[in-house]
Ligand binder design. Structure first.
Ligand code: FA5
Length: 339
């Protein structure tokens, strides 16, 4: 019996002075393992008189339980200490200043698009989008440009197959909108368009347009003029003047091309406007009654106007960018200037 007490005291004193989990586990093996000090005691039980065995067995079990209880407590204590140390070492002072983070900047085309969008939305327009891979039907036919019509040559088209093209303008979204919505319609349709144009300072095979479409009862050319004036003045300043020249688009009648005062030289004439003082910025017109009809609207009841802005052109004039390719090269030295 004394030996049990002695072994237990010895084990407990070792346990109390242990300060690592590994040492603790190793001690447990030495005490409770198969050949451990307490287990070995049980093996000696056979040498005792039968009436002494139960008392002895019980005492050994009590010693085992006492050791295990202290073992668990010590294990928890060490594990907690490890956790605390880890938390303390991983603590982050969120009030410390960070290193300098360079802020990005919106692409000039995005900035100019948002300016146009905001003016239009204040006047009650919604934004709608259409696919860049477009059916010939929407890109041409419903816009009064049937197959073999010479007007198809106005835009050099990328064909995916005879029925599908990369849209050459944002005007197909007009047809899609008229077919699925009842007037009054007031929408703008921004997006990328594609043409097989030779690349130079003012032409890119991919560029951006913003289409505008208004259909209602009693819409007139005066409404179109007012809208174009409002957009261009918001973009280039109140003193901007606009000039409507007769133009031709199969889907509008009458059609016009619009020039705006060159915002760089304010009309005096400079290299950007080739000395003219004004620059062409968009095409527009009253929606052709044939187009209204093909899209299921009665031209006797409804009229409307449409316009197509070349976003790259608008942006380049605003910022004095002389080469359209800069808009697509993602050179950070160019982009940084638009903070
Ligand atoms: C059209 O695309 C007509 N859909 C516009 C329209 C809409 C007219 C609604 C009437 C009613 P146009 O081909 O002229 O028209 O192109 C419009 C603008 O896109 C041009 O004024 C020009 O700014 C720009 N643009 C045309 N081709 C290119 C090109 N290759 N690269 C960059 N911009 C271009």
């Amino acid at each position: 019996m004394d030996q049990i007490t002695e072994i237990l005291q010895q084990a407990l004193s070792e346990l109390r002075s242990t300060d690592t989990l590994d040492a603790l586990k190793e001690l447990r093996v030495r005490v409770l393992g198969k050949k451990g000090s307490i287990s070995t005691l049980m093996k000696g039980m056979g040498k005792l008189a039968p009436e002494e065995r139960p008392v002895f067995g019980q005492k050994v079990n009590e010693a085992r339980t006492a050791f295990e209880t202290e073992f668990e407590a010590k294990k928890n204590e060490l594990e907690n200490a490890i956790k605390e140390a880890k938390l303390a070492s991983e603590k982050i002072d969120v009030t410390l200043p960070t290193g300098a983070v360079e802020k990005g900047v919106l692409h000039p085309l995005t900035q100019v698009y948002r300016e146009v969008r905001d003016v239009c939305m204040k006047l009650g327009f919604n934004v709608v989008e259409g696919p860049e891979m477009e059916l010939d039907k929407f890109n041409f036919e419903l816009l009064n440009i049937p197959k073999e019509h010479p007007a198809r040559d106005m835009q050099d088209t990328f064909y995916i197959n005879p029925e599908i093209v990369l849209r050459t303008h944002t005007s197909p979204v007009q047809a899609r909108t008229m077919l699925t919505n009842k007037p009054p319609i007031r929408v703008i349709c921004p997006g990328k368009v594609y043409r097989q144009d030779d690349v130079d300072a003012t032409h890119s095979p991919v560029f951006r347009q913003i289409e505008g479409l208004v259909i209602d009862k009693g819409v007139t050319f005066a409404d179109l003029r007012a809208m174009i004036d409002t957009i261009l003045k918001a973009l280039y300043g109140e003193d901007t003047q606009t000039r409507f020249r007769p133009g031709f688009f199969p889907f509008t009648e009458p059609s016009a091309e619009v020039d705006a005062t060159c915002s760089l030289c304010k009309g005096k004439g400079c290299p950007a406007c080739k000395g003219a003082g004004m620059i062409e910025v968009l095409g527009c017109g009253m929606v052709n009654p044939r187009v209204l009809e093909m899209c299921g609207l009665d031209p006797e009841v409804y009229s409307g106007y449409a316009f197509g802005l070349g976003l790259d052109r608008l942006s380049n004039i605003k910022y004095g960018v002389t080469d359209i390719r800069l808009n697509y090269e993602n050179d950070v030295r160019f982009l940084r200037q638009f903070r």
